[in-house]
Design a protein around this ligand. Structure first.
Ligand code: DAH
Length: 427
């Protein structure tokens, strides 16, 4: 999980504080950490990635079909313990992803998974040796065309025995994948499998770790070719894939993969050789595995030319009727409805206020009718030391024209909730 800078400690803001929260038809006790809003709670049952004619479902199926011998897992509950999401994967206790400002907590013991890696231990423990797992994941974030607090990831892994048989399986599979790639229109910018800054794990034989890393690279280059190859536009242009050294607490060596598409390098996924402790906790020692995790929205936005991430959640037939199972087609935008900008300025209370608290409150009050929210002014008065902020909210519906009365009333609601929940002083 990428680290994101925190500001102040975020707070929960359900008003009035209920003692229980209902999620996926079950009730859970709340506590001081609870920060799942009702806007988020409503998303838990949508399962967009399971709809066969939805771009996310089409992409998921396409990736699954590229790995026909892998078990495809889905439908796993998004409610996980912080131990599963973080500790079992070696995240340090002070990792910023754990903060209330960055993740959604049901209570101290339960959170919404922030990545599909949260299920690695469970899946390895089932004895799965080649698997893919698709799921919705949740992160508190800003509001704009490419950020949404719910998105979808796919995790994949392949396990090899840490033995001579494992080496033979790797050598054989690597030879086959290399032969296939050698005939393909792809140019790869590689990094060494291992380096001093991206080392094999102490418990691994370096030769074996190198073979696993090569297998990972070949498998993912071949996936990139299946997804993006032949779509680079200009005739015979080869697909360009770039490997970059990375760091994740749960893999070593670790990499990121980027693809050059429509004139830009796009970050597609993170991956690496799974930390041995994950396989040990899963009770499958004496094995070596690679794993990767990718975000479905980012890839689908590129492949289907979908300009705004909110569209994935649209129930408008003008969106949904454009897609066919098994096919990547170009989305034809229908006319955009007018936007309406409204500002809210206030004095921040002395205990501070995190941007993500403001964003979540806006989403909770107006749902997807906020296209984006931007902090446009932030100053601290030199004498009083009080901080004033101004946020600009862009109200726009994806599927209808909002009347002036409606936007006014949405904005009045946002302002009054800001006052009630955070005790801000409106200017
Ligand atoms: N879980 C990571 C994220 O959400 C992505 C990832 C990186 C998954 C490396 C992996 C991996 O399986 O090996 O950003």
């Amino acid at each position: 999980m990428a680290e994101r800078g925190g500001q102040r400690k975020a707070r929960c803001f359900s008003t009035p504080s209920p003692t229980a929260i209902s999620l996926l038809e079950k009730t859970y006790p709340t506590d001081a950490t609870t920060n799942v809003t009702s806007a988020i709670a409503q998303k838990l049952s949508r399962n967009l990635y399971l709809q066969p004619a939805h771009p996310l479902g089409i992409l998921r199926a396409l990736i699954e079909s590229h790995f026909p011998t892998f078990t495809a897992l889905s439908g796993w509950s998004p409610l996980v313990t912080p131990a599963k999401n973080f500790d079992d994967l070696g995240f340090p206790p002070d990792h910023p992803g754990r903060a209330l400002s960055d993740s959604y907590y049901v209570n101290r013991e339960l959170m919404l998974r922030t990545h599909t890696s949260a299920h690695e231990v469970e899946v390895f423990a089932r004895g799965e040796r080649r698997w893919l797992l698709s799921a919705d994941v949740y992160r508190r974030d800003e509001i704009d065309a490419s950020h949404y607090p719910v998105f979808h990831q796919m995790e994949g892994a392949r396990v090899f025995p840490a033995s001579a048989a494992g080496v033979a399986e790797l050598e054989d599979n690597n030879a086959r994948l290399s032969a296939h790639l050698a005939q393909s229109n792809i140019v790869i910018e590689d990094v060494p499998h291992l380096s001093t800054t991206n080392p094999a794990q102490p418990s691994h034989d370096a030769h074996h770790a190198g073979l696993v890393a090569l297998n990972l690279k070949l498998s993912l280059n071949s996936l990139m070719l299946a997804l993006f190859g032949g779509r680079t536009g200009a005739g015979e242009e080869p697909l360009r894939v770039r490997w970059i050294e990375a760091y994740f607490p749960f893999t070593s060596p670790s990499y990121e993969v980027e693809v050059f598409f429509h004139g830009k390098w796009l970050e597609i996924l993170g991956c690496g050789v799974v930390q041995q402790r994950t396989l040990d906790v899963a009770n499958v020692p004496n094995n070596v595995s690679w794993a990767f995790g990718l975000g479905l929205e980012r890839i689908a936005m590129i492949l289907f030319s979908i300009p705004d991430i909110r569209l994935f959640w649209s129930e408008d037939p003008r969106f949904l009727s454009q897609f066919t199972p098994g096919q990547i087609t170009t989305f034809k935008p229908y006319s955009k409805y007018p936007s309406c900008y409204k500002d809210v300025s206030f004095w921040v209370p002395s205990e501070g206020l995190h941007d993500n608290d403001v964003f979540d409150l806006v989403r909770d009050v107006v749902g997807d009718l906020a296209e984006d929210v931007k902090l446009i002014d932030n100053f601290t008065h030199p004498k009083t030391n009080r901080t004033s902020r101004c946020y600009r909210i862009n109200y726009r519906s994806m599927d209808r024209s909002l009347s002036n009365e409606e936007t006014n009333s949405l904005h009045v609601d946002v302002v009054s909730r800001l006052k009630d929940v955070f005790r801000v002083e409106i200017r």
